[in-house]
Design a protein around this ligand. Sequence first.
Ligand SMILES: [Fe+2]
Length: 612
Amino acid sequence: MNVILGISAYYHDSAAVLLIDGEIVAAAQEERFTRKKHDSAFPKNSVISILKEAGLKGSDVSYVAFYEKPFIKFERLLETYHEFAPRGIQSFLKAIPDWIREKIYMKRILKDELSGLGICARIIFPEHHLSHAASAFYPSCFEKAAILTVDGVGESATTTISLGNMGKITLLRELKFPHSLGLLYSAFTYYCGFRVNSGEYKLMGLAPYGYLSERTLRYISLIKETLVDIRTDGSFLLNMEYFDFATGLKMTNNRKWEKLFDLSSRLPEAELSQEYMDLAYAIQQITEEILLKLVATSRQITGCENLVMAGGVALNCVANGKIQKSGLFKNYFVQPAAGDAGGAIGAALVVWHIFLQKSRIIKTPDAMSGAYLGPSFSDKDVDNLIRNIGANAERIDDKFLFEKVAALLNSGAIVGWFQGRMEFGPRALGNRSILADPRSLEMQKRLNMKIKFRESFRPFAPSVLEEDVAKYFDLDVPSPYMLMVAKIKPENRLTISNDYGQLPYREKLNYPRSELQAVIHVDFSARIHTVTQYANSRYYALLRSFKDLTGCGVLLNTSFNVRGEPIVCTPEEAYVCFMSTGMDYLVLGNSLFCKRDQPKENIRQLKIELYD
Ligand SMILES: [Fe+2]
């Protein structure tokens, strides 16, 4: 038996994955255990969890794969400072002790961490973008594919195009730091008052509130004329006079940006004015333009019909939807953990297929097991929780559970749905999800205010029976990992007024526009999750029951967490989240908890902040 442990760590979204004889058997992100969102620490808890899940010990590990080459990354950091000197001397002096500790001595640090877990296997360091490329290609069902990776930066590459052919990956094109689409998008994220490395989703969610006004067209021209020079093949150059990420501790030169856009940088939590929405719209358009050009080049230089993608930018599901719709490729696969967490999968697969030269066994639809690769909990675990907390729950057989929960959802209840193995990657796909009726006009607002405690503009996504996706949406391919955005069909829209596009954002947000109002964004788009019996039989059964009852094969699905917290991992965390938010019911496996029936006094003693 060959056991490969893949690790990504020390930047953001640390994760660990286990391959047994080349098969991805378990994967988890460290944030889910430490409860620190985007935790970048060595993923000790993840390693313990995935070994336990596979019934293995540390000494069973044959190789460890780390998702980048730390020394080359250190060289890039030094070269950058040298090139831009004397700019950035302060941040250089501040950062150098950390770099020396973390980057140069990485191997030793890793060895120490691993030996603490009983692992003394050889460590291999594939390159960052090769790890991304491998994470997209090897788990896909394609023998041959063009591979596009786009992110902030790895060692020095920021964008690559490769050809994947069975076990081989051949690099064809590469763009290098500081010219980075990920960092360009992050610069706008920062300028619009959101956090870099986590607020990019918010910027993408904000973009549809912008529209093609004179101002937006001016923003688009200014960005293209001043900030980024886009070539026909999708390569581009950033004007580094306007960016501080290479030398400073900030993303942008705010003074220059404020002069350029005649708009001050937005402070976090400040009111969102139309200008920021138009700016978000502009950068989203430019991101799509660059990506579509890169996709066209990928097609041209590989001659392949299949495209696979990874890297943080591949999580831009609006762009993914446009790429799919462009028809440039016949088939697509995006690694569900396209960000750096997924680099752990890729690094491990590089060791298996390239270093050990093991051939591929192709799985359909892919080798990611629906991304259900994290820990699971038994009925016994749930019973222990009920006993320890003194909670009240009703155990319901499968025969009645799905019907019962469907009826609760139809009556307007918000339900925490916790089943089986935790998802790997940023999306909840029906195992750690909060569910609601998408037809409700009030649900988007209610969920943002009473459950997620987050910005009111943020949209929610639909889960839809795969067989029904084309009935509702302008999409005729599966989107099992919620990585594709498409518009709702005209027949599922309500009539809107002519001035809808120009309405202030709050009015637009609450404007009745669709029979699936709660999951349709203001521009009629939706981030779609298609569900099959094969991928998730329990969630599929619930969706079927909801459809049998209501005629609607769609549910609102949002991740089981509140703003600023990672998705819940354990039944106890789910229960705490249930009790401290406005959720009405919780389902842990086959146990149904009703909010009204929970003994509040006992729970107060456990220091859960109750939601009233
Ligand atoms: Fe990356």
